[in-house]
Design a protein around this ligand. Structure first.
Ligand code: BMA
Length: 347
C-alpha cells in the first residue's frame, strides 16, 4: 500500500485558537490563596503604578523580592512607559518592606528597559534573569549581583526570547535555564513553546532543546512560558509555567481598548538529571483567574503571571504570581499535592 504523505502546509503543528475547553479552567483544590495582594503600588515609596511579575527567593530565613515597577498613576490609569526593578524584603513572605530606591534600571540608546525579573541564588551570588526590550527586538538577559545593588550583565540573548529562569544548581556540571523563544517565521507568529539551554559559565548558552510545546498543553491555544526557577524535589524539578489562550470575542478587559488573552498557571515535573524531559504535567491549569483581583482589577484582567516559587521546610510551596499586571499575589499548596497533580491529572 502506498504510504500517505503528510501534506506540508507550514511548520506549525499547533492547535488553532478555537480548541480550548472552558470546562478545564478551574483552580486545583490543593491551592490556597492569600486573600489580599502581597504587593501593590501603595507599598512603593517612589513613583509607581503597577507592581508585578516578581521574582522571589528565600535565603537564610529572609525573603527577597525583585519586582517589575511600571511607573505612572494607578488611579488615573496612566502609564509613563518607564519601567524599573524594585527590591523588597520580608520576614514571613507576606508583609514586604520595599527599599527606598529601585535596584536596577537600564534605559540607554539600545536597551529601552528590563522587566519581569526572576531570581536564583547560585555560587554565592544572586542571578537575576529578565526580559530586555531593545530597539532591535526582545531579548532574555541575565545579571549577577552579590549585594543586590551592583549588577553585572552576564549575557543577553539574540531576539526574540523572554521568560528565562535559571535552575538553582548546576546539573551535570552546567548551568541550566528554561526560556521561551518567540519564533515569528515558523509558528504562525504565535504558539511559542518552552525551551532549555545550558552553559558552562552563564555567558555562553547552547545545547538548546524543546521542553514543552503548546500543543501538549490542553488548556493553551496561544503560548506558554517558564514561570519561576524550578524547585527540586525527590520526584523531579517542580516547574510552573504560564499558559495563554486567546478568544477573539473578548473585548475591553482592563485599561486597554481590548484584551483578548487569558493567562493561567500550569504545573509540570521535569527529570532531575535531564530537565529537558517532562516526566509529568497536570492536564488542567493549577491556578486560573478567580475573584476580584484576578478577574476585574488592574491593567489587564485575567492575567496570572508567576515568577516566584519556593519550598518551605514544612513542605509548603509558596507561589508568587501577578494579577492584572498590577499586583503580586501569593498562593500556597503542599509539595506532595503538587507532585500528585503532575502525575495524576484531574478528570
Ligand atoms: C507577557 C509579558 C508579561 C505580561 C504578560 C501579560 O507577554 O509582557 O510581562 O505580564 O504578557 O500581559
Amino acid at each position: 500500500m502506498e504510504q500517505q504523505k503528510k501534506k506540508r502546509t507550514g511548520f506549525s503543528t499547533a492547535k488553532p485558537a478555537q480548541f480550548v475547553d472552558e470546562a478545564l479552567f478551574t483552580t486545583a483544590d490543593c491551592i490556597t490563596r492569600y486573600p489580599e495582594p502581597v504587593l501593590t503600588y501603595k507599598d512603593v515609596p517612589y513613583r509607581s503604578a503597577l507592581t508585578f511579575n516578581a521574582g522571589v527567593l528565600k535565603l537564610n530565613g529572609k525573603y527577597i523580592m525583585i519586582f517589575r515597577n511600571d511607573v505612572g498613576d494607578f488611579e488615573k490609569q496612566q502609564l509613563d512607559y518607564e519601567t524599573n526593578l524594585g527590591l523588597a524584603f520580608s520576614d514571613d513572605g507576606i508583609k514586604w518592606n520595599v527599599r527606598p530606591q529601585p535596584c536596577f534600571e537600564i534605559d540607554d540608546e539600545e536597551i529601552m528597559r528590563v522587566y519581569d525579573p526572576r531570581i536564583t541564588y547560585i555560587d554565592g551570588e544572586y542571578c537575576v534573569c529578565f526580559a530586555v526590550d531593545t530597539r532591535h527586538g526582545v531579548c532574555g538577559g541575565m545579571a549577577v549581583t552579590k549585594d543586590l545593588k551592583n549588577f553585572e550583565i552576564k549575557s543577553i540573548s539574540v531576539p526574540e526570547n523572554r521568560n528565562m529562569v535559571l535552575f538553582p544548581e548546576k546539573i551535570n556540571g552546567k548551568y541550566v535555564r528554561l526560556e521561551r523563544p518567540m519564533p515569528v517565521y515558523s509558528r504562525d507568529g504565535t504558539h511559542f513553546d518552552m525551551w532549555l539551554s545550558d552553559s558552562p559559565d552563564l555567558v555562553y548558552w547552547g545545547n538548546s532543546k524543546l521542553v514543552l510545546a503548546t500543543e501538549d498543553v490542553p488548556f493553551c491555544n496561544d503560548k506558554i512560558g517558564p514561570g519561576a526557577p524550578p524547585v527540586k524535589t525527590d520526584k523531579g524539578w517542580l516547574t510552573i509555567f504560564h499558559s495563554v489562550d486567546i478568544d477573539p470575542s473578548r473585548g475591553k478587559n482592563g485599561w486597554e481598548a481590548a484584551w483578548r488573552k487569558r493567562y493561567v498557571i500550569g504545573i509540570a515535573l521535569l527529570d532531575l538529571d535531564d530537565p529537558s524531559k517532562v516526566i509529568g504535567m497536570s492536564k488542567r491549569p493549577l491556578i486560573v483567574p478567580e475573584g476580584y483581583y484576578e478577574t476585574e482589577f488592574g491593567y489587564r484582567a485575567n492575567a496570572l503571571f508567576p515568577c516566584g516559587m519556593l519550598l518551605e521546610d514544612d513542605g509548603t510551596v509558596k507561589i508568587y504570581y501577578s494579577a492584572g499586571d498590577a499586583v503580586v499575589r501569593l498562593a500556597t499548596a503542599k509539595v506532595d499535592d503538587l507532585i500528585a497533580l503532575c502525575n495524576e491529572p484531574r478528570k
